[in-house]
Design a protein around this ligand. Structure first.
Ligand code: SF4
Ligand code: SF4
Length: 111
């Protein structure tokens, strides 16, 4: 059996609380935007370029490869990402938005 030192246990508890709070905020943000249904229209996302830190996690997350690195830079000098879906393949799954650590994908419309 392992015995966890009291201070380490406190630190771990604080970390878990912070992570849970952040996940809650993310979920709240995405849930609100998931309500933005556009029946009969193509699914799509909206990216706030000025929040994008260019980590490119959303690119790896998208099952349809619809997010790409843009040639544009934002006010932070980052090469932001852009949504490119000429064939209407977006599922509106919000996986990109949930993965974004900076909440830069602000809206997910599911058609
Ligand atoms: S996950 Fe968010 S911050 Fe990272 S590249 Fe995508 S939109 Fe930008
Ligand atoms: S909502 Fe889903 S399918 Fe559409 S861009 Fe995001 S991850 Fe890709």
């Amino acid at each position: 059996m392992y015995r966890i030192n009291g201070n380490i246990a406190k630190i771990l508890t604080n970390i878990i609380t912070i992570v849970n709070f952040r996940l809650h905020l993310l979920e709240l943000s995405v849930t609100i935007n998931k309500d933005s249904y556009e029946r009969g229209k193509m699914s799509r996302i909206v990216i706030d370029e000025n929040k994008c830190k260019a980590c490119y996690l959303c690119i790896k997350e998208c099952p349809k490869n619809l997010i790409q690195i843009s040639s544009k830079t934002n006010s932070l000098g980052n090469h932001v990402v852009e949504f490119n879906d000429p064939e209407g393949k977006c599922l509106g799954c919000a996986m990109c938005a949930k993965r974004c650590p900076d909440m830069a994908i602000t809206e997910v419309y599911r058609g």
